[in-house]
Ligand binder design. Structure first.
Ligand SMILES: Nc1nc2c(ncn2[C@@H]2O[C@H](COP(=O)(O)OP(=O)(O)O)[C@@H](O)[C@H]2O)c(=O)[nH]1
Ligand SMILES: [Mg+2]
Length: 282
């Protein structure tokens, strides 16, 4: 059930219990900081509040955080200077699937796309992206299992430059031997991509799973320090997750959501539209 509906169900016809409201907002994954801010602001209001006016106030707060207009897509790079999108995140959140979906989306807009299979830590990951590449008919650059992820990204960048592709999208591992190694590897990939174009990777996006709740915020915080993130892809919004974590991520860390995933096929993917998200998903 959506966040706003939960609030209505809980408080319709009753007085607003502030602790209860706090609990409801936290269970909608808005995070403690944002929840406290919203509740404090509501408590300061004069006059009696009913369930409807609480929902309206929450909606207004959330809209103010997310903004009204969707962010433009990252512009396609001119031939020889592809826009590079580096995709990171912990294991199982949907990185590889999202890389393929994003490639299919950009291709459907008429752009040339190359993808890089830089999760060399799991043999299955290379195979998984290769299958996707065939399915969506997009060129892919791979290396052998346990090969150097930075080298794959470098080679793929070279290929994207040479073929005049507008975008390069790099899939990465969600797990190495330690989290420290993973962050170091991501930093290295970032430096390597800057070798052929100092402005690359232009986009550094984290993938978060809507069903993991507030973990998504702590994951973003961790990857933020290695990658200076400028985008989020939120996946599995077709599942039990309410997606409130993307509001908390924007509010607490300033990183905007760019795309949403709502299923396992390439079609279950579209740009994030704040108004639509607030009205239908939250
Ligand atoms: N229901 C649903 N499943 C998804 C979505 N995105 C990815 N998945 C599934 O989540 C699982 C892990 O995805 P994968 O791309 O391998 O994650 P990675 O480890 O981050 O690369 C796969 O079974 C995907 O099909 C989504 O938006 N909705
Ligand atoms: Mg993967």
């Amino acid at each position: 059930m959506g966040l706003f509906k939960s609030i209505l169900n809980r408080f319709r016809g009753n007085d607003i219990d502030w602790d209860d409201l706090e609990e409801t907002l936290i269970s909608g994954d808005l995070g403690i900081r944002l929840t406290t801010e919203i509740v404090d602001r509501l408590r300061d209001r004069k006059g009696k509040l009913d369930a409807e006016s609480v929902v309206e106030a929450c909606r207004t707060e959330i809209k103010a955080i997310l903004g009204d207009t969707p962010l433009p897509l990252p512009p396609p790079g001119p031939p020889g200077k592809p826009t590079v999108i580096l995709v990171a995140g912990v294991n199982g959140v949907g990185k590889t699937t999202s890389v393929a979906k994003l490639a299919a989306f950009l291709k459907s807009q008429g752009h040339g796309v190359v993808i890089a299979a830089a999760d060399t830590f799991r043999a299955a990951a290379i195979e998984q992206l290769t299958v996707w590449a065939e399915r969506i008919d997009v060129p892919i650059v791979t290396t052998q299992y346990q090969g150097d992820p930075s080298a794959v990204c470098f080679d793929a960048h070279q290929k994207a430059i040479a073929t005049g592709a507008a975008y390069l999208i790099c899939d990465t591992a969600g797990r190495l031997h330690t989290r420290h190694n993973l962050m170091e590897e991501l930093r290295k990939i970032r430096r390597t991509l800057a070798k052929q174009d100092e402005s690359a990777p232009h986009e550094r996006w984290i993938v978060v799973d809507a069903t993991t709740g507030s973990n998504a915020v702590s994951q973003t915080r961790e990857f933020q320090s290695a990658l200076d993130l400028n985008g989020v892809i939120v996946t599995k919004l077709d599942g039990s997750g309410k997606g409130g974590s993307v509001v908390a991520i924007r509010h607490e860390l300033g990183v905007p959501t760019r795309f949403i995933g709502t299923g396992e096929t390439a079609a279950d993917f579209k740009p994030f539209v704040p108004a639509e998200f607030v009205e239908t998903l939250l």
